[in-house]
Design a protein around this ligand. Structure first.
Ligand SMILES: Nc1nc2c(ncn2[C@@H]2O[C@H](COP(=O)(O)OP(=O)(O)OP(=O)(O)O)[C@@H](O)[C@H]2O)c(=O)[nH]1
Ligand SMILES: [Mg+2]
Length: 288
């Protein structure tokens, strides 16, 4: 990781809004609901399956089965998705925007809970409703996933972190209910690399970020992970010393005085990185 990016990411602005108060509140509320819940569905970003795993949520999920959904899998590298899937006990690969997930997810939840349900049945208890709490970092697609499962737009979803503010139970059918929750991060980031990746892919409010440093980090990492992607998208030599400047010039993203409009260039590259415009990218590899 380039040290200048690391230093820039370490600035105090970053720390101010990293763990806003509403997240602490959400966590407390999630803890309260936990006793009602049979299973936790944890959404992770398929492009950063490790960095998008939240240690706070790990604590919460103690003693409950967890189904991991590698979401936004349409944006990540298909072969890496498979490798990551094998890392988790219960895990599905998902594109919550384009796939119809309802049947497969409900079936998987029932399969994971089968033993528990069978035991309850043997004791003469018939459990009426299965309840799943949907958790994950901000902007990972929790509300979109729930809308997909319920096949209606019941939860508000937008492409920025912090859209869902309150917990909301949503009935899927006569035997399954899902709880939508606000995205939560954790109070202390030990791992700068995870922090940068979360920022790069849009889980931290852009207003508190040094976007220029973020994009420099992204382009640098991209050169190593997927050689040729930058050349393909922007038609510039990947080894240019100031890639943002070179891309701005090539694309003619200029200011009135003819110099590169750096802010605009940074914004557009960041947008490309967060979509699949440059290509399907997995930013983390298994075992690293
Ligand atoms: N390409 C792609 N985009 C997705 C997918 N799932 C969600 N999105 C997009 O990601 C953005 C965030 O979705 P939300 O459902 O609001 O995310 P959230 O986790 O509920 O976010 P918070 O409530 O802010 O924590 C939206 O623009 C969605 O359209 C997916 O599987 N693939
Ligand atoms: Mg939401």
């Amino acid at each position: 990781m380039p040290s200048d990016s690391e230093n820039n990411m370490n600035n105090t602005d970053m720390n101010i809004n990293w763990y806003p108060g509403h997240m602490a509140k959400a966590r407390r509320q999630m803890e309260e609901q936990l006793k009602l819940v049979d299973i936790i569905i944890e959404l992770r970003d398929a492009r950063i399956p490790k960095a998008s795993g939240n240690p706070v949520l790990n604590d919460l999920s103690k003693n409950k089965p967890v189904l991991i959904i590698l979401n936004k899998a349409d944006l990540s590298d298909a072969s890496k998705n498979k490798e990551w899937q094998n890392e988790f006990e219960h895990c599905m690969i998902a594109d919550s925007v384009n796939e119809n997930l309802s049947k497969s997810v409900v079936n998987e939840v029932k399969l994971i809970l089968k033993d528990k349900l069978d035991k309850a049945k043997a004791r003469g208890i018939r459990k009426k409703v299965l309840r799943a709490m949907v958790v994950g970092i901000p902007n990972v697609g929790k509300s979109t996933f729930i809308n997909n499962i319920v096949k209606k737009k019941v939860a508000k979803a937008e492409n920025r972190p912090g859209v869902t503010k309150a917990l909301q139970w949503i009935r899927i059918n006569e035997d399954v209910e899902l709880l939508d929750t606000p995205g939560v991060l954790w109070p202390k980031i030990e791992d700068q690399e995870s922090a940068i990746l979360l920022a790069l892919l849009g889980s931290i409010n852009d207003d508190v970020l040094d976007k220029d440093a973020l994009v420099r980090f992204g382009l640098d990492r991209l050169k190593t992970l997927y050689p040729g992607f930058i050349l393909n998208r922007y038609e510039v030599d990947e080894n240019e010393s100031d890639l943002i400047d070179s891309i701005g010039k090539k694309k003619l993203w200029l200011k009135n005085d003819g110099s590169v409009d750096r802010n605009k260039t940074v914004d557009l590259i960041l947008k490309d990185i967060r979509s699949n415009k440059i290509g399907r990218i997995s930013w983390q590899n298994v075992g690293e």
